[in-house]
Design a protein around this ligand. Structure first.
Ligand code: PLV
Length: 325
C-alpha cells in the first residue's frame, strides 16, 4: 500500500501457531487472527482503506451492500470519518448485526433474499449525486487494503516462506487481495486453498464451468460467502495462479467452528468455518497424500477471517437446522 499520512483503521494481527491444528494437519499451522480486527473480520482492511480514499474525493454519502461484515467495516469507517453510511443487507442477515450497524450510526435497509438483491438496491441508491457505492469485495482499492495482510505475514515469518495459504471465498475480494500481496512480496508460487461452502460456491462453479457462473440461489447457511457470482479478478487469478478450489458442506463448516471453540477458545462465523474445515475435514492432509501439496513444505497459514454473525445460541440453531445435535 502507498505510504499515507492517515492511519489505517485496521490493526496488525498476530500470527499464532495452533498446536491442535498442527497435529491434525501433520505440519505447522499458523493462524492469522483477523477475527480480532475492529468489527470482527478482515473486511476493515480493504473497506476501511477504500472508505478513507473515497472520503478524500468529496463524497458525502456512502452506500454499502453487505452480508454483514463488510457493512460493519464500512459503518465503522464512516463513523470514524464522521460521514453518513447506508448499509443494505438481505433478509438473511441477523437482527444482531442490524443492531450493531445502527449502534455505529448507520442507516440500515433490509432488502431481498440474498446479498445480490441487496446489492442491486444499493446501486439504485447511489444514483443520487454525492453518493458513492461501496462494494463489499469488488474494487482494486479494497484488494490493496486486503493485501496488507500479506505484508504482515512477511514481517512475521521473516525469511520463512509459507507452504500454503488457506482462505474462505465469498465474492473473492480477500482472495484477490492476497494474490496481489503475494506477488509483491515474491510469494507468487505459494499455493492458496480457496474454501467455499456448497450452496455459496460461486468460484468453484465458475472453475468447473470454465466461465463466470451465477448461482441460482444461495442455499448455504454461510451467508457471508453468499455472492452468487465471484468477482472477475478473483476468477482470473484462480485460473492463472496456483489456487486449489475446495468445497465443504454446511455441516463441515459448522462442525469446524464448534471444534475451533474447544481448541482455540474463539467463536467465528460458518463463513470462516469453511476455511477451518480445510484442516478439520482433512483436506490439507488429503492434498499432501495425493501429491497436490508438496511435503514437507513451509507452514500452513490459515486466515481466520472471523465474522460477527455468530453467537453461542446461533451456533446451537445452526446445529439444530443441520441435524448436528
Ligand atoms: N462477506 C461479505 C460478502 O457477503 C460481506 O458483505 O460481509 N469471511 C467472512 C467472515 C466474510 O464476511 C466474507 C465476506 C468472506 C469471508 C469472503 O470474503 P470475499 O467476499 O472477499 O471473498 C456476501
Amino acid at each position: 500500500m502507498e505510504p499515507s499520512h492517515v492511519d489505517p483503521f485496521h490493526i496488525v494481527t498476530p500470527l499464532k501457531k495452533s498446536p491442535v491444528l498442527s497435529t491434525l494437519a501433520g505440519t505447522d499451522v499458523l493462524m492469522k487472527l483477523e477475527n480480532i480486527q475492529p468489527m470482527g473480520s478482515f473486511k476493515i482492511r480493504g473497506i476501511g482503506h477504500y472508505c478513507q480514499m473515497l472520503s478524500t474525493k468529496g463524497y458525502t454519502k456512502f452506500v454499502c451492500s453487505s452480508g454483514g461484515n463488510a457493512g460493519l467495516a464500512a459503518a465503522y469507517a464512516c463513523n470514524k470519518l464522521g460521514l453518513p453510511a447506508t448499509i443494505v443487507v438481505p433478509e438473511s442477515t441477523g437482527q444482531d448485526i442490524v443492531q450493531k450497524l445502527q449502534k455505529l450510526g448507520a442507516d440500515v435497509i433490509v432488502k431481498g433474499k440474498a446479498w445480490d438483491d441487496a446489492d442491486a438496491h444499493a446501486h439504485q441508491l447511489t444514483e443520487v449525486p454525492g453518493s458513492v457505492y461501496v462494494s463489499p469485495f469488488n474494487h482494486p482499492v479494497i484488494w490493496e487494503g486486503h493485501s496488507t495482510l500479506v505484508y504482515e505475514l512477511k514481517n512475521s515469518l521473516g525469511s520463512q516462506t509459507p507452504g500454503v495459504l488457506v482462505v474462505a471465498v465469498g465474492g473473492g475480494g480477500l482472495l484477490a487481495g492476497l494474490v496481489e500481496g503475494m506477488v509483491k512480496v515474491g510469494w507468487s508460487d505459494v499455493p492458496i486453498i480457496a474454501m467455499e461452502t456448497i450452496g455459496a460456491h460461486c468460484l468453484n462453479a465458475a472453475l468447473q464451468a470454465g466461465k463466470a457462473v451465477t448461482l441460482p440461489e444461495i442455499t448455504s447457511i454461510a451467508k457471508c460467502l453468499g455472492a452468487k457470482t465471484v468477482c472477475e479478478r478473483a476468477l482470473q487469478y484462480a485460473r492463472e495462479k496456483n489456487i486449489i478450489s475446495i468445497t465443504v458442506d454446511d455441516r463441515e463448516a459448522v462442525r469446524a467452528i464448534e471444534k475451533f471453540v474447544d481448541d482455540e477458545l474463539m467463536l467465528v462465523e460458518p463463513s470462516c468455518g469453511a476455511a477451518l474445515a480445510a484442516i478439520y475435514s482433512g483436506h490439507i492432509q488429503r492434498l499432501q497424500q495425493e501429491g497436490k501439496l508438496q511435503t514437507p513444505h513451509g507452514p500452513v497459514v490459515l486466515i481466520v477471517c472471523g465474522g460477527s454473525g455468530i453467537s453461542l445460541s446461533q451456533l446451537q440453531d445452526f446445529k439444530s437446522q443441520l441435524g448436528l445435535n
